[in-house]
Write a protein that binds this ligand. Structure first.
Ligand code: ME8
Length: 661
C-alpha cells in the first residue's frame, strides 16, 4: 500500500518557527508509523522559493533571490535533522526538474484553453500578492491585511477555475474525508455555496515581479507563486520519489498523496485552487487535506515584533527533541489551536514523561536488576488483561492515526503506562521477593512489566524516535527499532526470558521547576543567519552594492520635503479591535490633543498590549476612513522581515505631543 504524506513547502523569507516544526513533526509521526506497518511510505517536505515575499526578503538583505534561498534553505534542513525528521525527499521550487514540470503543465492548460489571456482591471495588494475586486475592499484597503491596495490595469493570464465549482462541491460532498477536520470541510462547502467561484489570475508581469517561473507561452510573465508551489506535491512525486513506487503502484505513484498536512490559513489555496488545478489537469485528487490549528505563545499571537517567536531548535536543545515532539502532538487535538508556553512544556515533561513513563522504566529495570540479576525472568503465567490491553493498542492507533488524532493515539498508549504503574503498585514485587513461596508470581510480575515496556518502545517510536531507540536498547533488543514491523512485534510474549537488560539512566530527566534561576529562554532567531547574511553582503559589496547606491540617489528628497510632515509622540489611551476586520485596531491617542487612529497592526499586536504605550504618529495627514471609522493620522511602524509591522516606540519616557525632528 502506498502512503504519501506532505507538509507545506515553507517560504525561505525567514527562520523556521514552531508552526513549521508542528506540521513537519506530525507528518514525520505518520511516516514513521506507516513504515512500521510495512507500507510503502513517501514523505516529502521542502521550500517555496519564488514570489514577492522571498524576493523582498532577499532585497532587504541585499542578496540575489537564489543566493538568499540557498542560504535560508539550510535553516530548514538543519532543523529537520535536529528534530529527527525522516523525510524521504526535500523539494525546492527552484529545482530545475520542478520548474520543468510547472512549465509543462502550464503549457498543457494553455493548449487546452483552460488558461486564457484577459485585460484585467483590479486592486492589487502587493504584500499579499493578491488581486481584489472593488466590492471586496474594506474602505479602500485590502480586506485581509488592511494595507493600501493599488489600482492595476494590465494583461494577465487566468485559469478558468470558475468552471469547476460544481465538480469541486460534489467531490467534497461525496468524500467526507477529503477535507478535515469537519469544521474546515463545512467552511469550504459554505464558501463554495455562498459565492460564485472566480477565475484565478495565474500570472504576474515581469515588470512587477521577476522572481518566478517564466510562462512557457509568454516570456514577459512569471507564474503566480501558488500555482508553482502547489505543483510541488505532484512534481516531487514524479522526480524525487524512488522508482520502486512506480513498479508496484502504477505510473503516477506515489501520487496521489494520502495526506496533505497544512495550517488553517492556507486551506483555500489547497482545497480550492489545488483541487481545481488537478481537475483541469486530469490528475487524480489527493485523498485528504488536513488543516491544523495555529499556535499562540503564552496566550499571544506569535510575531517577530512581539519578540515571542518560538524557535524550535532552541526549545529542542533546552528540553530535548523528543519532549518537544511529544508536547506538540499531546498538548492539543490536531485541528484545534494551541498555546505554547515553557510552563506547559515543563509540566508535561515532569508529569507524563519523567514521572509516568520514565519512572516506570527505571523502577522495572532496577527491580529486574535486584531480583533477577538484570535478566528477563521466565513468567509462570500470562497476564491476560495486560496482554489484551497491550495488543489492542495497535488497532486503536490505526483508527486514530487514520484521522490524524495524535492526541488520542497517545492517550491510548498512556493507558498501558498507567495500567503497568498501577499493576506494580498492587503486586508489590518488593513484598513478593521476601516470600520464597511467591517466587513464581514475582517472575510473572517482572516479566509482564518488562514486556509492557517493550510494547511502549514500539508504539511510542513514531512520536519519540530517539528515546525509544534507547529504551529498546536497554531492553536488550538487538534489532534496529526503525526497521521493525509493528505487526510482527506487537505480540505478547516476544520478549525472551533470559534477555539481559541494561540501565542507561533516566529516559527523561525531571526539569527542576523550583530553581529560581530557570532562564526563560527567549528562543531568539539564530544569530548564525544574520552572520551568514553579513558575509554574503560583503561578497556582493562590489558591483551590486554600487548599483544600489546609485538607485538610492534617485530617490533622495530635500529637507523641505521632510519639514512638511508633522510627526509627534502619542500616548495610547485606549485600543480596541475593529469589529469585522482581522487586522484593524482603533486607537485613542494623546498627541498633545486627543485623536483617533485606525491601524492595520492586529496581526502583530493585541489591543490591550498597546494601551499605555508611547508611539510615533504623523499628525498632519488628511483624515481617512477605514471600515467607516475615521483615522486622524498614521502611526509609524517598520515592516519586519516576516512582513508584520513593528510599531516604533521611543526608548525612554517622553511626554505625549513631543515633536520628532
Ligand atoms: O504558507 N501555528 O509557507 P509559510 C501553526 N509557502 N502553524 C503556523 C503558524 C502558527 N503560529 N504560523 C504559520 C506558506 N504556520 C506557503 C505554503 S504549500 C504549497 C505553500 C503554518 O512558510 C502555516 O499555517 O508561510 C503554514 O501551513 C505553514 O506554517 C507554512 O507557512
Amino acid at each position: 500500500m502506498n502512503f504519501y504524506v506532505t507538509t507545506p513547502i515553507y517560504y525561505v523569507n525567514d527562520q523556521p518557527h514552531i508552526g513549521h516544526a508542528y506540521t513537519t513533526v506530525a507528518a514525520d509521526v505518520l511516516a514513521r508509523y506507516h513504515r512500521m506497518r510495512g507500507r510503502d511510505v513517501y514523505f516529502q517536505t521542502g521550500t517555496d522559493e519564488h514570489g514577492q515575499k522571498v524576493q523582498s526578503a532577499a532585497e532587504e538583505r541585499g542578496l540575489d533571490p537564489k543566493g538568499h534561498a540557498d542560504m535560508m534553505v539550510e535553516n530548514f534542513k538543519t532543523l529537520w535533522t535536529k528534530l529527527d525528521i525522516s523525510h524521504d525527499a526535500f523539494i525546492r521550487t527552484t529545482d530545475a526538474d520542478h520548474t520543468k514540470v510547472v512549465r509543462e503543465l502550464l503549457q498543457r492548460l494553455w493548449d487546452e484553453k483552460q488558461i486564457v489571456k484577459r485585460t484585467y482591471s483590479g486592486w492589487y495588494c502587493t504584500p499579499d500578492e493578491r488581486f481584489w475586486m472593488e466590492k471586496d475592499l474594506v474602505e479602500g484597503c485590502c480586506p485581509d491585511c488592511g494595507r493600501e491596495v493599488e489600482k492595476i490595469e494590465e494583461d494577465n493570464y487566468f485559469f478558468l477555475m470558475s468552471e469547476y465549482q460544481d465538480r469541486l462541491t460534489e467531490h467534497i460532498q461525496k468524500n467526507p474525508g477529503y477535507i478535515l477536520p469537519e469544521t474546515r470541510r463545512n467552511e469550504v462547502l459554505g464558501f463554495l455555496k455562498n459565492q460564485p467561484l472566480g477565475d484565478l489570475c495565474i500570472s504576474r508581469p515581469k515588470t512587477r515581479l521577476a522572481w518566478g517561473v517564466t510562462l512557457p507561452f509568454d516570456e514577459d510573465f512569471v507564474t503566480y507563486v501558488w500555482f508553482d508551489a502547489l505543483l510541488n506535491y505532484y512534481s516531487g512525486a514524479q522526480y524525487l520519489a524512488p522508482a520502486e513506487f512506480k513498479k508496484t503502484n502504477g505510473d503516477l505513484a506515489p501520487w496521489p498523496a494520502t495526506h496533505h498536512l497544512i495550517g488553517k490559513d492556507i486551506l483555500t489555496t489547497h482545497a480550492v485552487y489545488w483541487s481545481t488545478m488537478l481537475m483541469a489537469l486530469e490528475i487524480p485528487l489527493p485523498e485528504n487535506i488536513f488543516a491544523h490549528g495555529w499556535w499562540t505563545v503564552e496566550g499571544r499571537k506569535m510575531s517577530k515584533s512581539l519578540g515571542n517567536v518560538v524557535e524550535p531548535a532552541g526549545v529542542a536543545e533546552k528540553y530535548g527533541v523528543d519532549a518537544f515532539r511529544y508536547f506538540l502532538l499531546r498538548e492539543v487535538p490536531f485541528g484545534l489551536d494551541g498555546d505554547f508556553s515553557e510552563d506547559a512544556l515543563v509540566n508535561r515533561i515532569n508529569t507524563e514523561l519523567a514521572n509516568d513513563l520514565g519512572n516506570l522504566q527505571s523502577r522495572v529495570l532496577k527491580m529486574v536488576a535486584k531480583y533477577c540479576k538484570s535478566e528477563v525472568p521466565e513468567p509462570e503465567e500470562t497476564e491476560e488483561e495486560m496482554k489484551a490491553l497491550a495488543e489492542g493498542i495497535l488497532d486503536a492507533l490505526e483508527g486514530h492515526l487514520e484521522v490524524l488524532q495524535f492526541q488520542r493515539a497517545l492517550d491510548e498508549i498512556w493507558k498501558l503506562v498507567s495500567f503497568v504503574n498501577k499493576y506494580i503498585d498492587t503486586n508489590a514485587p518488593w513484598a513478593l521477593a521476601k516470600d520464597p513461596a511467591k517466587a513464581g508470581r514475582l517472575r510473572t510480575v517482572l516479566y509482564s512489566s518488562t514486556e509492557a515496556l517493550r510494547f511502549l518502545a514500539l508504539y511510542l517510536h513514531p512520536f519519540m524516535p530517539g528515546s525509544t531507540v534507547k529504551l529498546w536498547r536497554t531492553l536488550g533488543q538487538g534489532e534496529d527499532l526503525r526497521e521493525i514491523s509493528l505487526d510482527k512485534e506487537a505480540r505478547w510474549g516476544r520478549l525472551k526470558p533470559g534477555t539481559g537488560l541494561l540501565d542507561e539512566g533516566p529516559l527523561f530527566p525531571r526539569i527542576d521547576t523550583g530553581k529560581k534561576e530557570r532562564e526563560r529562554a527567549k528562543f531568539e532567531p539564530k544569530r548564525a543567519t544574520e552572520k551568514a547574511i553579513g558575509e554574503m553582503r560583503q561578497k556582493l559589496s562590489g558591483k551590486e552594492g554600487k548599483d544600489m547606491e546609485e538607485k538610492a540617489a534617485d530617490n533622495l528628497i530635500s529637507i523641505d520635503g521632510l519639514t512638511k510632515v508633522e510627526i509627534k509622540t502619542g500616548k495610547v489611551l485606549k485600543a480596541e479591535a475593529v469589529e469585522g476586520s482581522n487586522k484593524l485596531i482603533r486607537l485613542e491617542v494623546d498627541t498633545g490633543e486627543p485623536r483617533q487612529i485606525v491601524a492595520g497592526i492586529g496581526n502583530a499586536y493585541r489591543p490591550e498590549d498597546l494601551e499605555g504605550k508611547t508611539i510615533v504618529v504623523v499628525t498632519n495627514l488628511k483624515p481617512a476612513k477605514l471600515m467607516g471609522i475615521e483615522s486622524q493620522g498614521m502611526l509609524l511602524a517598520a515592516t519586519g522581515p516576516d512582513g508584520e509591522p513593528s510599531v516604533l516606540m521611543p526608548d525612554r519616557e517622553v511626554p505625549p505631543g513631543s515633536k520628532i525632528k
